[in-house]
Design a protein around this ligand. Structure first.
Ligand code: GDP
Ligand code: MG
Length: 189
């Protein structure tokens, strides 16, 4: 289990006017089969997912723009529990994943964005819309323009990835770190 000593809430780490780096919890959301566990496994450096069944969170320290930040990526998504469980309710960032080949997963992503907005109304939390399976060119159902437009409408960041090819997965997690830092440097009053 993740230790009780960890200060999950990023604003708890105030030391004078500087905000120390500590752990940021990132939650993967989205329909079954869109590639959440695959993305989490790549983040965790797992070469073969069969080797580590049952692992549902990965901790790694990334160096982005010359500075280290530790992320814990949670692959514990359960649709019914978003509003119930602290681990979901209080994440530092959310990745809403859909498959570019599956329109119903794209529609679910919009619904999740609305639920997150309701849940974290008062907080400025990084949310990234992730269109995964970009390698499946011939069965693509959601264009990159449509994905991007959705992100603009829902006021979140957007990226397309292929967990299969490891394409843009590093960029995704670097983007999360940058989004978290932007807010850390401009904390709410
Ligand atoms: P989860 O249910 O959201 O955790 O999805 P998984 O990570 O278990 O992936 C579901 C299936 O989609 C698996 O068979 C994966 O191999 C496959 N998959 C995941 N990401 C990609 C991708 O980027 N491209 C392709 N072609 N398949 C993928
Ligand atoms: Mg999974």
């Amino acid at each position: 289990q993740l230790g009780d000593t960890v200060h999950w809430d990023r604003w708890l780490c105030d030391e004078g006017n500087s905000y120390k780096d500590f752990l940021y919890r990132v939650l993967l959301l989205g329909d079954h089969g869109v590639g959440k566990s695959s993305l989490a496994g790549i983040f965790g450096g797992v070469s073969n997912r069969e080797e580590s069944p049952g692992v549902d969170h990965y901790e790694r320290t990334l160096t982005v723009d010359g500075e280290e930040t530790t992320l814990v990526v949670m692959d514990t998504w359960e649709p019914d529990k978003l509003e119930e469980e602290d681990v979901m309710k209080k994440a530092s960032a959310y990745l809403i994943v859909y498959s570019i080949t599956d329109r119903s997963s794209f529609e679910s992503a919009s619904e999740l964005r609305i639920r997150l907005r309701r849940l974290r109304q008062a907080d400025d939390i990084p949310i990234i819309l992730v269109g995964n399976k970009s390698d499946l060119v011939r069965s693509r159902d959601i264009s990159i323009e449509e994905g991007r437009a959705c992100a603009v409408m829902f006021d979140c960041k957007f990226i397309e990835t292929s967990a299969c090819l490891h394409h843009q997965v590093g960029e995704l997690f670097q983007g999360v770190v940058r989004q978290i830092r932007l807010r850390r440097r401009h904390p709410p009053p």
